[in-house]
Structure formats: structure tokens, C-alpha cells
Design a protein around this ligand. Structure first.
Ligand code: AMP
Length: 198
């Protein structure tokens, strides 16, 4: 199963991806997590990406496409993967298509977590509070001002990916304003429908 989760920051992509990892035993490929690891390790990519990420902007297509190309080729991704936070631009979507085509692979589905953006800032404040309460580090880019920049980047550069996949017939829309468990149930019922089609 090869899936993409798309939706604005704070829509719940990471939470749902974690659940899908358990259910389908395929890895979650989060470019955000990979970039944060690169920043922490101060790799050349991390050093380049840090400033952009801290400001809520988008890292260059070249960097993230390179990261995904390497990651998709690893052994644990052979049976499928869940892309979380990639593609985030039309150029990334096109590069992914090319990559998959070159390897003779196909996507099974693109799930859009559709949310009310006016409620997202509250959600992100809660995410920061929960992380703090759990003794976990709070993401710098979950600061409300930086978060607004991330939301702008989504609307400016990423939202266009949704109609791109709609045209291919791969897109399913999930109401991301439901509870976490309800979103999971909606996602599972869509994926079950795919299994039945095969
Ligand atoms: P995320 O954890 O998906 O919210 O990503 C955190 C940050 O990493 C984003 O705000 C971007 O700065 C950067 N990032 C993650 N994925 C991508 C991508 N596919 N393209 C460009 N920048 C990305």
C-alpha cells in the first residue's frame, strides 16, 4: 500500500500516519521528521534547512525530493509507505510521479484531511501544551506566529496538490474535524474500499 496524507499543518496527518504504520506494517515517511533529524544532526542538509523551517517556510524541492528518493529505495519501504508532509508543491508531486514510474510503482490512494483552518491555531496551541505536559520538546515552528506562516505556505504552495490528485482519481477526502478515532475509522473504511476494488 502506497499512500499520501495531505492537509494543512495540524490537520492530524502525523497522528493518523502513526496508526496506519501499526495497521499495515509499512513505514511513515515524514519529510518534516527527516528534516528535523537532519537539523539535530547538523548535516549539510540540516544546516541549510534550519532557517527556513524555523521561519515556517518550505525547504527547497531539490532537497526534499532527494530525501524521499533515497528513503523510498530503502528495504523497509519495498512493500509500501505512507507519505506524510510530502509532496508539498506541484513540482514535488511531479517528481514523485516520475520516481514511481521509473520504479514501476503506483500510488494506491491520496487522503486529504480536510479541516476548518480557523480552528487550527487552537489545535496547535494544544499540541504545544500537550508536548510540554508530557515532558517532550515543543516544536519551535508550533509557535502561533510561525504556525501562521506554515498555514500560508500550505495555501500558497501545497493546496494545489489536492486538485492534482483529484484529476488522477486517487483522491479521497476525510473530515479531519472529527475526533482522532473517527478520522481513523473514516480512513480505514476508505482503505478497505480500495482493498475490495483490487
Ligand atoms: P511538518 O513536520 O510536515 O509540518 O514539516 C515541518 C517543516 O519542515 C515544514 O514547515 C517545512 O519547513 C519543512 N518541510 C517538511 N516537508 C517538506 C516538504 N515536502 N517540502 C518543503 N518543506 C518541507
Amino acid at each position: 500500500m502506497r499512500l499520501i496524507l495531505v492537509g494543512p499543518p495540524g490537520a492530524g496527518k502525523g497522528t493518523q500516519a502513526t496508526r496506519l504504520v501499526e495497521k499495515y506494517s509499512i513505514p511513515q515517511l515524514s519529510t518534516g521528521d527527516m528534516l528535523r533529524a537532519a537539523v539535530a544532526a547538523q548535516t549539510p542538509v540540516g544546516v541549510k534547512a534550519k532557517e527556513v523551517m524555523d521561519a515556517g517556510g518550505l525547504v527547497s524541492d531539490e532537497i526534499v525530493v532527494g530525501i524521499i528518493r533515497d528513503r523510498i529505495g530503502e528495504d523497509d519501504a519495498k512493500n509500501g509507505f505512507i507519505l506524510d508532509g510530502f509532496p508539498r508543491t506541484l513540482a514535488q508531486a511531479e517528481a514523485l510521479d516520475q520516481m514511481l514510474q521509473d520504479s514501476g510503482l503506483k500510488l494506491n490512494a491520496v487522503l486529504e484531511l480536510r479541516v476548518d483552518q480557523t480552528k487550527l491555531v487552537d489545535r496547535i496551541i494544544k499540541r504545544a501544551e500537550d508536548a510540554k505536559a508530557a515532558g517532550e520538546p515543543v516544536r519551535k515552528d508550533d509557535d502561533p506566529e510561525v504556525f501562521k506562516q506554515r498555514l500560508e505556505a500550505y495555501n500558497r504552495d501545497t493546496a494545489i496538490v489536492v486538485p492534482y490528485y483529484e484529476k488522477t482519481g486517487l483522491l479521497s477526502v476525510v473530515d479531519g474535524m472529527q475526533s482522532i478515532d473517527e478520522v481513523t475509522a473514516s480512513v480505514e473504511s476508505i482503505l478497505q474500499g480500495l482493498d475490495e476494488k483490487v
